[in-house]
Design a protein around this ligand. Sequence first.
Ligand code: XIL
Length: 383
Amino acid sequence: MKKILSISVITMTSLIILNSCSPKESEKQKDLSKKNISLKDLYKEDFYIGAAINDYQIGKTDTLGLEILENEFNTITPENIMKWMYVHPKENEFYFEETDKYIALGLEKNMFIVGHTLIWHSQIADWMNEVTDSADMANHFKNHINNIVSRYKGKIDSWDVVNEALNEDGTLRESSFLKVMGNDYIDLAFKLASNADPKAELVYNDYNLWKPKKREGVVRLVKQLQANGTKIDGVGMQAHWSLDGPSIEDIENSILAYSELGVKVMFTELDVTVLPNPWDLNGAAVEQNYDKFEGDPIMNPYPESLPDSIQLKLAKRYEDIFNLFLKHKEKIGRVTFWGVNDGQSWLNGWPIKNRTNYPLLFDRNYKPKKAYNSVIKLKNTSN
Ligand code: XIL
């Protein structure tokens, strides 16, 4: 009796659901059935495809962002929480709460988990800038890298070990690390990381790595590490690009040059700005300051929405970029967007504060843009 009752309840409910299906709702259902088309599934034989995530996704309050993450991506990078100033704010104090949540999320969603970043002159804790003795600094490196890498051993799949160590001409940046410890600080960082987790993938990450001079600098650096017997598995090209540059040819030449060294190429921070650049664009160095342009409408031409013509340009740009990635898929380990949707992109606040930028594949309402469709279409030949 109980059984019959429950069956009839189910039947009734389904009838009500079926009957109440307006044309709009059936459209929605069609949309849902399209869900099996996703970036990560279409590109699964080619490379990982992912996004940098922020506190809202890690804290699970951005539910729509999490949905996109789960449906579309299979690798994550923490946008800020693992940087030295947050994770190691005082000499003998580590703060792992956020990173633990980040790792738990990655494991729960079965993601390829990236650690970003161990050694970077920017967003470093103030106390590290006061270290002037080379042996002291080496000890801080040891403490920092050993603690963090061992804590997440076997869980973080890939580390951005050193970030932005090169100048635009390929020479080593005059960071406090270089000044205090000399050239060998990079080698030390990679050695410490590989000792702490021998199986993790280790990457050198930087911006403007398409530039020929900087490219030569990376090649020298990787060769030097290899000559020292130090493990390095990949070069991360940040890929903060614009509608017009860099050229596909320059990017391709770098892919070829790096992969010839026997390392993988990663595109670690992909976004494409559509806004005017106030400077002779020299990359993504976060310390550049362009406050004087804040509020200038010429520098913020699309405060309400992106005109169709630019939307199409962006879609074409992404098509060209992913065409190149596919051409060299066996050389590429992963492609990570720097953010989930346009509203969350750092490019709304950098290099000029308070602008409205549109650099990613999902808009401010978490809807896929034309650029998303062009990346999908390259693989979805059934359409
Ligand atoms: C950026 C973050 O997106 C911002 O939220 C933060 O204010 C500054 O750093 N190169 C990198 C990233 O390696 O860590 C930077 O991320 C962007 C440039």
